[in-house]
Design a protein around this ligand. Structure first.
Ligand code: UT7
Length: 327
């Protein structure tokens, strides 16, 4: 049985942090950020709220747009690197807040910026074997709580947000998720990470003093791999389905850097005007970026029934992947 996205939703914090605001915080400029990344502003979640709050907002919107009662959601797959607490899973808090089926399944997955695509792959497999009927796949990040606001190399890039899709079984074999491809390569694990806070290097006063509990990134290396691997994963999605680039209506790529997206566009041979772009408003929201962009594109009427969509993302791990969807 195929799975199909029957509803999309997003949760966007109202507070905007502009490049002009950042100019007052670190040695940077609006011109540098726009030219090097395409980002103009990003959102920051109010301190009184947590990851599960924003995820629930996105999940409820996806259910509402699908016309589905949240009580019938029998599985929640939530991708995040910024959970409410180390355990239990943020997904169980969402399950409760949403009023999803108690005794359904709810769990988190860790694949950084590729987390939503990993989640989609997992959920698609559950539906294929008939295990669940209404699965929410949520990508959500409150990156403002883990970025180093003194490090201009990273703090200008990231933002908070949540996106969700509701998956259901689809009898029409020509529609829905046609394939997913997921990959990782731990050789590069230390190029984008938080060095301490786990069992290898527990949190300590010294580690906090050295700011090792916050995001570290080798931007140039991540950039190179992002272009190469997102392009390769997108091509794999097309090849696996015998689809040519000109048949693709929209690419929903991870919004990390406009120049990465331009590089992917060139390599895959799909013009940039068929990539949905919203990076200037939100920055890099990691696992949330693909479902937020999808929800906006659906809401704006850009995506029509029958359209072929490519999703693609890469992030820490490195973990990356793609999906091909017939809407
Ligand atoms: O979600 C997946 C994970 N993340 C990504 O995909 C991000 C991937 N990487 C990137 O997007 C880019 O590498 C960055 C946006 C992070 C950096 O762009 P870049 O063109 O690779 O710049 P760079 O690292 O080569 O730095 C150029 C210069 C450096 O100065 P020097 O050493 O040449 O004097 C940096 O110190 O720009 C400087 N710089 C800044 N200047 C002003 C770095 N950050 C800033 C800043 N404002 N915020």
């Amino acid at each position: 049985m195929r799975s199909r996205i029957i509803g999309t939703g997003r949760g966007i914090p109202p507070h905007k942090l502009t490049n002009a605001d950042l100019e007052k915080m670190v040695d940077t400029s609006d011109a540098w950020i726009v030219e090097r990344t395409g980002i103009k502003e990003r959102r920051v979640l109010d301190k009184s709220l947590a990851t599960s709050d924003l995820a629930t907002e996105a999940g409820l919107a996806a259910c509402r747009n699908a016309g589905v009662d949240p009580a019938t959601v029998d599985c929640i797959v939530l991708a995040t690197v910024t959970p409410d607490v180390p355990f239990p899973a943020t997904a169980v808090y969402v399950q409760k807040k949403l009023g999803a089926k108690a005794g359904g399944a709810a769990f988190d997955i860790s694949a950084a910026c590729a987390g939503f695509i990993y989640g989609l792959a997992i959920a698609d497999g559950f539906i294929a074997r008939g295990q669940f009927q209404r699965i929410l796949v949520i990508g959500v990040e409150i990156l403002s709580r883990i970025v180093d606001w003194k490090d201009r190399n990273t703090c200008v890039l990231f933002g908070d947000g949540a996106g969700a899709v509701l998956l259901a079984p689809e009898k029409d074999e020509t529609r829905g998720i046609l394939s997913t491809h997921i990959y990782s390569d731990g050789t590069y694990a230390d190029l984008l990470n938080i060095p301490v806070g786990g069992t290898r290097a527990p949190i300590s006063a010294e580690a906090i003093e050295a700011r090792q509990h916050l995001v570290k990134m080798n931007g140039r290396e991540v950039y190179k791999h992002a272009v190469r691997n997102m392009a390769a994963a997108s091509k794999a999605a097309l090849e696996a389905n015998g689809v040519s680039p000109d048949q693709v209506a929209w690419v929903i790529a991870h919004q990390a850097n406009i120049r990465i997206i331009e590089g992917v566009s060139e390599r895959v041979g799909i013009p940039l005007d068929r990539f949905y772009l919203n990076i200037e408003k939100y920055g890099n929201t990691s696992s949330a970026s693909v479902p937020i962009a999808l929800d906006e594109a659906v809401e704006n009427g850009k995506i029509k029934a029958g359209d072929l969509l490519v999703f693609s993302a890469l992030g820490g791990g490195f973990a990356w992947g793609s999906a091909l969807i017939r809407w």
